[in-house]
Design a binder for this molecule. Structure first.
Ligand code: NAP
Length: 212
């Protein structure tokens, strides 16, 4: 596929530029301020910033090009707007708060465990360069657990993306933890999304779980 990556020089974007090319895709990249050329592009991937992503996706969908979004910080109104735009242009928009397989499993296990424990809290830890808090993964985890879960956000240099879900009951706790030790963890999920995005229903699809 011919793929455009928004955020070519970002921490995730730079990893994807290499990995998607190595997987056989024809990859072009775009950085802030550069002119957008979607001629011949089959799908776009966005790993930019909470303020840039909506404009990028709007331009992409308007050109009838499907969009795979990893950028976090989009609110419910933004997601509803992306769904509307994708339906209107009969194309597809896929958004996942976390493209790492282990994180998807962590969210599933946390949802299951929350049915057996009365209380839970989430600690999410990310690099100090992350612009949004709480993380999209923590919000999605809490929603899957029924919503009434306090989230603590840690932002420090040296971290990549980590999350602990601690569930407490009578005389016991259960901790479910996921660690991203390298940004290559996001590559298989992005490749899967690119493989599947054009076959999804028109409109918005949320979460890697929907593709597994
Ligand atoms: P980053 O290192 O700050 O990279 C963002 C890149 O986007 C920068 O190179 C930035 O350029 C560029 N950019 C900003 N505005 C742009 C625009 N309008 N068009 C094209 N490029 C633009 O951040 P990161 O760590 O790679 O993370 C990027 C996003 O992905 C964040 O929202 C993060 O939370 C999210 N993320 C999601 C997952 C997931 O699995 N879903 C995993 C990791 C990260 P400048 O520096 O010049 O502004």
């Amino acid at each position: 596929m011919r793929v455009l990556i928004f955020g070519r020089e970002g921490k995730v974007g730079a990893v994807l530029m290499q990995a998607l090319a190595a997987a056989g895709h024809d990859v072009r990249g775009l950085e802030a301020g550069e002119p957008l050329d979607l001629e011949g592009i089959d799908a776009a991937v966005d790993f930019t910033t909470p303020t840039a992503v909506l404009g990028n996706a709007t331009a992409t969908l308007a050109a009838g090009v499907p969009c795979v979004i990893g950028t976090t910080g989009l609110g419910d109104d933004d997601l509803a707007e992306l769904d509307r735009q994708a339906r209107e242009t009969t194309t597809q928009c896929f958004v996942a708060a976390n493209f790492a397989l282990g994180a998807v499993l962590m969210m599933r296990f946390a949802a299951e465990a929350s049915r057996s424990f009365p209380r839970a809290e989430i600690i999410e830890l990310h690099a100090d360069t992350k612009l949004d808090a709480p993380s999209g993964t923590a919000k999605a985890t809490a929603a899957g657990m029924g919503g009434d879960v306090t989230i603590h956000s840690v932002r420090l240099p040296g971290l990549i993306a980590h999350q602990e879900v601690i569930l407490g009951g009578l005389g016991e706790t259960l901790t479910i933890r996921h660690d991203t030790t390298s940004r290559e963890a996001f590559v298989p999920g992005v490749l899967l999304a690119l493989d599947r995005v054009r076959g999804l229903p028109h409109g918005l699809t949320v979460g890697l779980d929907a593709l597994l």
